[in-house]
Design a protein around this ligand. Structure first.
Ligand code: FMN
Length: 172
């Protein structure tokens, strides 16, 4: 589904005890959203179910972050990270997300489940400039080389701090 939503500076903040939960099939099509997911997204349940999960993608998010997430979960592992999402009205909300694969009895991936909680303010202020730099690198590199360029910014940062992405996410 193609939409042209103008991002706004209106922020929604998750409450301490909120959990935003969604599930997708193996292709990233939404199959379930809990009431808090529906609330923050601004869409109705009917609009969400059957849509690609990128329906709430914010243009400030680097593509290379999602590449890392998909490589991780399709490899059967769990992904942890910070994501800025966009609501239907163009407003935004930050989450600390955990995405895990759902397996069938034969260890085949049949879908994914994501549980997000409220990120700490300091973590957002640390990750935001990293994402900005990654996005700039992606734009400068052009569509074909965007993922490699964005990833390189992250790899350089991780090498400098001697950590992995997951460790970095938890250390923020
Ligand atoms: C379970 C699950 C949860 C996801 N949650 C989000 C999310 O909250 N926000 C988001 O932008 N993408 C999320 N994604 C990733 C999207 O499927 C998509 O890869 C991303 O929005 C980038 O979209 P694009 O490839 O069209 O640029 C999720 C994927 C899965 C499998």
């Amino acid at each position: 589904m193609k939409r042209a939503i103008e991002p706004t500076s209106i922020e929604r903040t998750m409450r301490e005890d909120d959990f935003i939960v969604s599930k997708t099939n193996a292709k990233g099509i939404i199959t379930y959203g809990n009431p808090i997911f529906i609330e923050f997204s601004g869409y109705t349940e009917a609009e969400l179910l059957g849509s690609q999960h990128n329906i709430i993608r914010h243009p400030d998010m680097p593509r290379s972050v999602f590449k890392l997430a998909w490589d991780t979960i399709q490899g059967g592992k769990e992904f942890f990270g910070y994501v800025k999402n966009m609501s239907k009205d163009g407003g935004f909300y930050w989450v600390f997300t955990h995405i895990a694969p759902d397996f069938d009895a034969n260890r085949q991936i049949v879908g994914f489940t994501s549980v997000r909680r409220c990120p700490r303010r300091e973590a957002i202020s640390k990750i935001e400039p990293v994402y900005r730099e990654m996005l700039q690198a992606e734009r400068a590199a052009g569509a074909r080389d965007a993922i490699a360029a964005g990833t390189q910014v992250l790899v350089d940062l991780l090498n400098k701090s001697g950590t992995g992405y997951e460790e970095l996410a938890f250390a923020l």
